[in-house]
Design a protein. Structure first.
Length: 576
């Protein structure tokens, strides 16, 4: 399935399903070779376009940093159609490679503009002021921007990358929430107390109880906020994730990825409410007035400038893509791959040192157990939640697939080759839209029978067949005698051809430590006293997830505390 591109000035991530493409007007083209740049999933994409007699005759990718499994189909299909038509008009993004596709299309448009003599002149930003400045346009930053702007505040959002969304773009699971209308509609019994206990237990009780209590008690309301006309999210599908007693992860109908669904809606809502979102503008320092934050110093392509603000919200994300920081805080993870986007480098921590901001639980870094080796492509936990199992090269299961991420990761690393195969059948594939993306990326190995699949994986056939048979018996009985898997995640026998497998291994996924905050999202100093005018939300903060984050709690975290950060900043300004 393909999604149609919607262009808008400085909007590089337009993922809204079913929207119609906009015309790209190009004037007379000069002959020659012209280059253009765009922002892809992992960084800048540069293309070269050849014009002869005023028409496009050739185009190619000059440089890019995209994952090959994602980039190749997007590169080939988009470049082929562009050469055929001579325009980006009507070219759809390639499903499963949306960010890469948008980067290529942006670069092609830039090359056409260069040929047409329409090179954009960048106007330098001037020193300015606003009510609230937000550092980072990931999920937390966009939620905070929407909330603050919708309540009348003047808001500027600074994003150092060329696209919004940060790691939230790659979130595939959903948002955990309890006692919701969607759960009630589906007959799911759940409560905030059970959600609280699951989260505390999953984090080995290292979590800050007050933050967890805030998270769970605000979770139902945040789902309704996201589903309101302001955002327009679809969170009607509720499933099971690891570490959860009940089904509580809310996601788009059919089990679609939450990131590509939610980020563009939050981006559009923030802009519609009047937030000024500035891409490729990096906050390099937080200004201080007698020890109180009062704005930021910004670096852009046209030079530096300052923004004076009454309140500052830090939403810069974690540091999972900063290998040096990972090694500093948790040396055991040296050499691990990461699922994080390249901008997740922990920039904020240096900026807050002057305010004596406290950090908490920095060594607590989570690995996600099911990541395709060498690619950074994460296979959502929902695949396991909908019935997939994990087998080693012995052809046997070795873990309760719905255990917490740290437990599953450790068990995979203990297997031969330190990888495992995620195995499922056609019924599981049909139950979850996200799997179609993996298929389009060429990640699935398939076989018409378990025997054929085992032969392709080069694992013992008889042991693998016995594993499938035993698991199917456990499904029928509603009881996993081997690993005590939650029956709520064992609703499907693996018996419908074809059968599939994806090789996977753990990779750095979420940095659970960060700035110490209270339940009002105020950043605390080393004496646990709130720093005036400074707030934070999302992965840049610590204490919410403790020693292990449950899948689905990251989106809940950045939505709940992103909104709280905005509300607290508004209250602070009002009371000054």
């Amino acid at each position: 399935m393909k999604l149609t591109r919607v262009f808008s000035l400085l909007v590089l991530v337009c993922l809204i399903f079913g929207a119609a493409g906009c015309k790209k007007k190009v004037g007379a083209l000069a002959d020659g070779d012209f280059t253009g740049d765009g922002e892809g999933r992992n960084g800048e994409i540069t293309v070269s376009v050849t014009i002869e007699e005023g028409k496009v005759v050739d185009a190619k990718i000059v440089s890019e940093h995209e994952t090959p499994e994602i980039a190749k189909p997007a590169n080939e299909e988009i470049i082929r159609k562009f050469i055929q038509t001579g325009t980006t008009d009507g070219i759809d993004v390639v499903s499963g490679a949306t960010l890469t596709s948008n980067g290529i299309l942006e670069a092609l448009d830039a090359a056409l503009d260069a040929s047409a003599g329409k090179m954009k002149t960048l106007v330098p930003y001037e020193d300015t002021e606003c009510d609230i400045v937000i550092i980072g346009a990931g999920g937390a930053g966009l939620v905070a921007a929407t909330e603050a702007a919708s309540n009348g505040a003047s808001v500027i959002v600074l994003e150092k990358m060329g696209i919004v969304g940060g790691n939230s773009n790659f979130s595939t699971g959903g948002i955990n929430a309890s006692y919701t209308k969607e759960q009630e509609r589906l007959g799911i019994k759940d409560s905030t107390d059970v959600f609280f206990e699951d989260t505390m237990k999953g984090g080995y009780f290292l979590n800050d109880p007050s933050l967890v209590r805030t998270l769970v008690e605000k979770s139902s309301a945040i789902v309704e906020w996201l589903q309101s006309d302001l955002i327009g999210a679809d969170l009607s599908d509720v499933g099971m994730f690891g570490g959860a007693t009940n089904k509580r992860i809310h996601r788009p109908q059919g089990g679609g990825a939450i990131g590509t669904h939610l980020v563009p809606r939050l981006h559009n809502a923030a802009r519609k409410q009047g937030a000024d979102i500035r891409l490729r503008n990096k906050a390099v320092d937080i200004l201080s007035d007698n020890g109180k934050p009062c704005g930021v110093r910004v670096s852009s392509s046209t030079g530096e400038y300052t923004i004076r603000a009454k309140a500052v919200i830090i939403a810069t994300g974690g540091f999972g893509a900063n290998a040096d920081m990972v090694a500093l805080y948790n040396p055991s993870l040296v050499g691990f791959d990461t699922t994080n986007h390249r901008g997740a480098t922990g920039d904020a921590f240096k900026m807050v040192e002057k305010f004596d901001a406290a950090l908490t639980q920095m060594p607590q870094i989570q690995t996600h157990p099911t990541v395709v080796p060498g690619t950074g492509i994460m296979i959502t936990e929902a695949v396991r939640g909908n019935g997939a199992i994990l087998v080693s090269r012995t052809g046997k299961r070795f873990v309760n697939e719905m255990e917490t991420r740290d437990v599953v990761s450790a068990e995979i690393l203990a297997q031969p080759g330190k990888t495992a195969f995620l195995v499922f059948d056609q019924s599981v594939r049909l139950s979850l839209k996200a799997i179609e993306t993996y298929a389009q990326q060429g990640l699935l190995v398939s076989g018409e029978t378990p025997k054929e699949l085992a032969e392709k994986l080069n694992i013992p056939v008889s042991d693998f067949e016995n594993t499938i048979q035993s698991y199917n018996q456990y499904v029928k009985a509603g009881k996993d005698d081997d690993f005590k898997r939650n029956p709520g995640s064992m609703e499907r026998e693996l018996s419908t051809s074809p059968f599939y497998a994806v090789e996977c291994a753990p990779a750095i996924h979420h940095t659970m430590g960060g700035l110490k905050i209270n339940s009002q999202a105020q950043v605390l100093n080393s004496g646990d006293v709130p720093i005036p005018a400074l707030f934070a939300a999302g992965e840049v903060t610590g204490g919410i997830h403790g020693g292990n984050r449950l899948g689905g709690n990251a989106v809940a975290d950045y939505c709940v505390f992103g909104k709280i950060a905005a509300d607290s900043a508004l209250d602070y300004i009002k009371n000054q």
